[in-house]
Design a protein around this ligand. Structure first.
Ligand code: AMP
Ligand code: GLY
Length: 423
């Protein structure tokens, strides 16, 4: 069948890489795609928010399955538009994608259904938030409720910092309408684990675990980013924790969404923090993580199209998810300055080293291709993933492979995995 993937990041490149391996895929398109995706699929210059144009394209090209990688179109209701036109699409409808689109919604859901999460308050009014902060313990976490490219969460150590976080989100509208509401929550400490789960509205099947490194700098310093590197599986996600999460988090979340009349079909990303009091949910996302997808999908044995079709058809119970008994590490190559200001348009050399190997992948995020050459075109530029029998060996491979690639102002964290390596 013909497939259309929607998005333009490393996650979509990882999805496309799995899709083209499936014997079920005929022609694969990606809108709008990027330079790397363009090497394995046909990129189509339609924006991810141009729902009608995308649906026209899907009809015209006889697309049998559209896969949405990004959050914005899901939260904006692309699945509803496609379904109305009788087009098959993988992802949650608007009324379910709200689990990512509104942190206020997801916190209320967790409270109502007893799903473990940080204590919190929600505010629509800045003055009320300020006066609440006066009596609150520090550190504290201030979050814009809406979508903010993974940057709308501010961890504040002092009262003035917390007030200025509320001011920038609610009054200065740093993240636009995403800051109409804020969630202020208890600061938790512990290891973070991301578990991406396939869902068919009723059944939920977790994939192998992963850990992201969100801060820009080594030693978890600097600003939060979309993600600077990942590894999979997480050695901290033990069998016991997994059982707890399946029973107390994943299944209850599915049931809660069903009871609310918001059946969730697609990938539910559960961001967990493993505290001394047990695992708690930090966030939900309504799609694959980026760069979590770059370490989880290369380890998946199943045919990705078969699994996605089972989700859409409500038959996920018939699928056994299987992952290789190995490890993967992804190191993100960014433009120096990210997530602040950075320069674009730097020539990238060395990508050909990744051809013809199954143990190394280079997933493009912000790149463009012009006159036979690749150039940087974003903050996060390339995700370099290596597979190995252990995390330690995969880490060694990933850092070795980062040396094959060069561009001016190349920046990466040098400590991806380090804190987990001796487990
Ligand atoms: P979120 O987008 O809600 O996952 O938040 C982004 C990142 O902020 C998380 O991955 C954590 O590193 C951090 N974070 C969010 N909420 C909390 C919390 N309640 N306590 C400590 N850190 C948090
Ligand atoms: N890596 C975190 C995210 O995709 O939201």
């Amino acid at each position: 069948m013909n497939i259309l993937i929607i998005g333009s990041g490393g996650r979509e490149h990882a999805i496309a890489t799995s899709v083209v391996r499936s014997p079920l895929a005929k022609q694969v398109y990606c809108a709008p795609g990027n330079a790397g995706i363009g090497q394995i699929a046909e990129c189509v210059p339609i924006g991810a928010m141009e729902f009608d144009k995308l649906a026209d394209f899907a009809e015209e090209k006889n697309i049998g399955l559209t896969i949405v990688g990004m959050d914005d179109p899901l939260v904006g209701g692309i699945v509803d538009v496609f379904e109305k036109r009788g087009l098959r699409i993988f992802g949650p409808r608007k009324n379910a994608a709200i689990i990512e689109g509104s942190k206020a919604f997801s916190k209320e859901l967790m409270k109502k259904y007893n799903i473990p999460t940080a204590a919190y308050e929600i505010f629509k009014d800045a003055d009320e938030a300020f006066s609440y902060l006066e009596g609150a313990n520090m550190p504290i976490v201030v979050k814009a409720s809406g979508l903010a490219l993974g940057k709308g969460v501010l961890i504040c150590n002092t009262l003035p910092e917390a007030k200025s976080a509320v001011r920038s989100i609610m009054i200065d509208k740093k993240f636009g309408d995403a800051g109409n509401e804020v969630v202020i929550e208890e600061f938790l400490t512990g290891r973070e684990v991301s578990v991406l789960c396939f869902c068919d509205g009723t059944n939920i099947k977790p994939m192998t675990s992963a850990q992201d490194h969100k801060r820009a700098g080594d030693g978890d310093t600097g600003l939060n980013t979309g993600g600077m590197g990942t590894f999979s599986p997480s050695p901290f996600y033990t069998a016991e924790i997994k059982k707890f999460c399946e029973e107390k988090v994943f299944a209850p979340t599915m049931d809660a969404m069903k009871k609310e009349g918001r059946d969730f079909v697609g990938v539910l990303f559960v961001g967990l923090i493993l505290t001394e009091d047990g695992p708690k949910v930090l966030e939900y996302n309504a799609r694959f993580g980026d760069p979590e997808a770059q370490v989880v999908l290369p380890r998946m044995k199943n045919d990705i199209i078969e699994v996605m079709e089972a989700c859409i058809d409500g038959k996920l119970d018939e699928i056994e998810l299987e992952f290789e008994n190995n490890a993967a590490v992804c190191v993100m190559l960014a433009s120096k300055g990210y997530p602040g200001d950075y320069e674009k348009g730097k020539e990238i050399v060395g990508l050909e080293a990744f051809n013809d190997t199954d143990d190394y992948y280079v997933f493009h995020s912000g790149t463009k291709y012009e006159n036979g050459k690749f150039y940087t075109n974003g903050g996060r530029v390339l995700g370099v993933t290596a597979i190995g029998p252990t995390i330690k060996i995969a880490r060694w491979g990933a850092y070795r492979a980062t040396e094959w690639i060069n561009f001016e102002n190349k920046y990466m964290r040098t400590d991806i995995v380090l804190s987990a390596e001796n487990i």
